[in-house]
Write a protein that binds this ligand. Structure first.
Ligand SMILES: CC(C)(COP(=O)(O)OP(=O)(O)OC[C@H]1O[C@@H](n2cnc3c(N)ncnc32)[C@H](O)[C@@H]1OP(=O)(O)O)[C@@H](O)C(=O)NCCC(=O)NCCS
Length: 269
């Protein structure tokens, strides 16, 4: 059990330990991903937890679940696959999502697990902020349309995903433990996308540059709802860039918002 203080009161971070809490985990999934999405029901969460997965949450003073994290073991006993991370909308931006990931890290290390992996929509800036900038995750694998057609907050655009690798004891991760991320400028990096009127108009694929910035929209979830055409353009253009650069040995090592939201890609040593 861990305590985590927010401006809305202290929270308790711990594993779920009753059927009522598993039902609360079903409810938070519906609230976050949409009523019409197929959630991970308690019939799945409970046995996976029993077999070595992690189902944990952030509880407020009224013992309500306001944040939830869920992951399952993989064929490699030193790797956990993290499947869900959610904070209720009215509790976002308070550091809860990040705190749950640090809780997950500690839980894993206590069990000999050294790496956590998860897939994430590369165009969601909030996720990039948490996964890459705060936690020190890296990524070099791109799955186009990973889940096929989806509903809820993922409806309307192909479900492309990045595979984030979180190397729990790496020097990229340790300095970030519960620390605000450093805002470094990336002046030496070359922009791979030119944006005009809110959409990518020109791509640059230049292997002579070792550090590349790939811009993403500030709020892709809203864009997908209000202007699906533009959202599809972003999906298509960034997919080309990620796939091309990854195939040539680049990987994502940072995320910045200094001039615009963008990933930093570097040539892997
Ligand atoms: C991703 C998610 C879990 C983050 O939860 P959270 O509790 O708000 O996260 P944190 O408060 O720890 O935020 C970490 C950083 O992300 C930023 N952030 C959070 N929400 C953001 C948003 N909507 N837009 C931009 N940045 C955002 C925060 O500002 C913070 O950075 P900062 O401390 O430098 O300001 C939450 O937005 C969510 O539930 N999203 C829907 C489900 C989802 O996409 N889950 C992840 C994939 S499984």
């Amino acid at each position: 059990m861990n305590a985590y203080n927010t401006s809305k009161g202290a929270l308790e971070l711990r594993e779920l330990d009753s059927i009522a809490e598993m039902i609360a985990a079903e409810k938070i999934q519906k609230l976050v991903w949409g009523e019409d999405t197929i959630t991970h029901p308690k019939e799945l969460l409970i046995p996976i937890q029993h077999e070595g997965g992690l189902a944990a949450g952030a509880f407020n003073a009224d013992r309500e679940l306001v944040g939830f994290i869920f992951g399952f073991p993989t064929r490699d006993p030193t790797v956990l696959h993290s499947q869900l991370l959610a904070t209720l909308e009215e509790w976002r931006g308070l550091g809860i999502g990040t705190a749950l990931k640090w809780f997950q890290r500690q839980w894993c290390l206590e069990r000999g697990i050294q790496e956590v992996r998860w897939t994430v929509d590369p165009l969601r800036s909030a996720n990039a902020e948490v996964n890459i900038r705060h936690l020190g995750g890296v990524a070099a694998t791109y799955y186009p349309d990973y889940y096929g057609v989806m509903q809820g907050i993922d409806a309307g655009v192909a479900s492309d995903r990045l595979l984030v690798e979180w190397h729990l004891s790496s020097q990229r991760v340790i300095p970030r433990i519960n620390q605000p991320p450093q805002d470094r400028g990336f002046e030496d990096a070359q922009a791979a996308i030119e944006v005009e009127n809110g959409v990518p108009c020109k791509l640059r694929f230049d292997l002579s540059c070792r550090r590349i910035l790939v811009q993403i929209p500030g709020d892709f979830v809203s864009l997908a709802k209000t202007n699906t055409g533009q959202a599809l353009q972003w999906r298509d253009q960034t997919r080309q860039l990620f796939q091309n650069y990854f195939s040539k040995g680049y990987w994502i090592t940072e995320f910045t918002r200094i001039n615009y939201p963008a990933y930093l890609l570097e040539m892997r040593d």
